[in-house]
Design a protein around this ligand. Structure first.
Ligand SMILES: [Zn+2]
Length: 465
């Protein structure tokens, strides 16, 4: 009799035999994502029926209409559009470039204008080239060696960095500020090695800015493919008299009306405590923006559906926000934060997915030590799904402006090895997104949202005074 009782006790109390409520909920979320996930179908439409969604474009507006209609169909408590004015930059006709070894002996190379760049003169721009490994080289060379030339920024991404985003950070200043800086030394234009770790023929665009450079002093900037960069570098070493020609007719137009797309499940117990999950709906124009950031948008949309379908009713208000204009202006993220502040809304948590739709590995977390510890304490729940990274770090560009003391910000962190093969290039397309990887990301996000909602965050200790 006694033995039987002990056995029965062991059966119900041993974790090996019983699943906790949290384990069951996470399993239900992952099962639903992998069997009935909607993210992949939504991404298919965004990518293949709409395509690249540069701010202010017809496609960006189509994406607003499409995602709003899809959110409407999910039976959320509220779906709305938040107006925001966005910049409109257009690429114009495809760019053209070649290396000229001597008059008549030329090799075409793939380039693309950097977002925000001015055009070249209408007949194009031809000049000799000076190669640098970064902005810091300009001062050493001085005006004498730079004036009248095209500055070629050729610092490659560091292949020894395991997190490729770190390698990106180590180079991207050339792309963003290269033209503004080279212009100060009298350069006529800049060519920047694409932010890509592999050697291929795709030029990668991305935003650039002129800072306070007067309009008439702005010089054109383009990215060159990594193969093109290697060829240009080798050519000018052998033949310092070689010239580079490029032509682009991109243009900055007036700002236009656009929108953030927002859907909400209103909290059942603490409706004033708001949790946000999101990505950015705009993309660059060369590819269809599947990884950057169609993936993050459809994953975020599916987070709300996954919780609904698994029967979980959030105690706190849960919003999906599809931000407009992350790539070349950040207007959507700034507008959302501005409206939230004006309304006195209390955001306790925000999670962004904007690192591609690859196999999720975990989260980077921007929070107080107590909150970081609480989240790290959930690691075992994620272990069956091979999610193991819970480290302190940045979250996402769009949710950054929301940051306030006591708030928890997080970014989904997928595997990064292939991301920069596609980032901002013509090959950021739907066929490079794996359905299961995308769905695992959505489930991983929904799981963290569930745990944050259930256990809350550790609020800031208010100092009495
Ligand atoms: Zn992005």
């Amino acid at each position: 009799m006694r033995t039987v009782l002990i056995l029965a006790f062991l059966l119900v109390s041993t974790p090996f035999f019983s699943q906790t409520e949290d384990e069951k909920q996470l399993k239900a979320i992952y099962d639903e994502a992998l069997t009935n996930g909607k993210a992949y179908d939504w991404l298919n439409y965004l990518s293949n029926q709409i395509g690249g969604r540069l701010s202010g474009s017809v496609q960006a507006q189509q994406a607003v209409d499409y995602t709003k209609a899809q959110l409407d169909s999910l039976g959320l408590d509220k779906v709305w559009l938040q107006p925001v004015m966005v910049p409109k930059w257009v690429r114009g006709v495809p760019e053209f470039a070649y290396i000229e070894n001597k008059p008549g002996l030329t090799t075409n190379v793939p380039i693309c204008a950097l977002g925000g760049s001015v055009a070249t003169p209408s007949g194009g721009l031809k000049a000799s080239v000076i190669e640098v490994k970064g902005i810091e080289d300009l001062e050493k060379l001085g005006r004498d060696k730079i004036a009248g030339k095209i500055v070629f920024y050729n610092r490659p991404m560091d292949p020894t960095m395991i997190n490729t985003f770190s390698a990106y950070s180590g180079c991207v200043d050339q792309r963003y500020s290269g033209a503004a800086e080279a212009g100060k030394y009298g350069a006529l234009g800049v060519i920047v090695r694409s932010m890509n770790l592999r050697l291929d023929d795709y030029p990668h665009t991305g935003s650039m800015g002129y800072g306070d450079t007067p309009v008439d002093k702005r010089i054109p900037a383009a990215a060159i493919s990594t193969n093109g960069a290697d060829l240009l570098s080798a050519t000018i070493k052998l033949n310092p008299n070689a010239k580079f020609y490029f032509k682009q007719n991109c243009k900055q137009l007036e700002d236009v009306q656009s929108y953030n797309v927002i859907g909400e499940i209103t909290g059942s117990e603490y409706p004033k405590e708001i949790m946000v999950v999101g990505g950015h709906l705009d993309s660059w124009d060369l590819g269809d923006g599947s990884h950057d950031d169609g993936a993050g948008c459809v994953q975020s949309m599916d987070v709300l559906r996954l919780l609904k379908e698994t029967g979980y009713k959030p105690k706190r208000t849960l919003r999906v926000v599809l931000f407009m204009n992350e790539e070349n202006g950040m207007r959507g993220g700034n507008k959302y934060a501005e409206v939230a502040r004006n309304k006195g809304e209390d955001h306790i948590f925000a999670l962004e997915s904007d690192s591609g739709g690859f196999t999720p590995r975990g989260f980077s977390i921007d929070a107080s030590e107590e909150n970081l510890k609480q989240i790290q304490g959930w690691r075992d729940l994620f272990e069956p799904y091979l999610i193991h990274m819970f480290y302190e770090g940045g979250s996402g560009a769009d949710i950054g402006p929301l940051k306030e003391e006591g708030m928890v910000l997080a970014g989904l962190r997928p595997d990064t090895q292939r991301y920069f093969d596609h980032h901002h290039a013509e090959n950021d397309t739907f066929e490079h997104v794996n359905k299961r990887e995308l769905e695992l990301g959505a489930a991983t996000m929904a799981s963290l949202v569930y745990l944050i909602d259930k256990y809350g965050t550790v609020p800031v200790k208010k100092i009495k005074g």
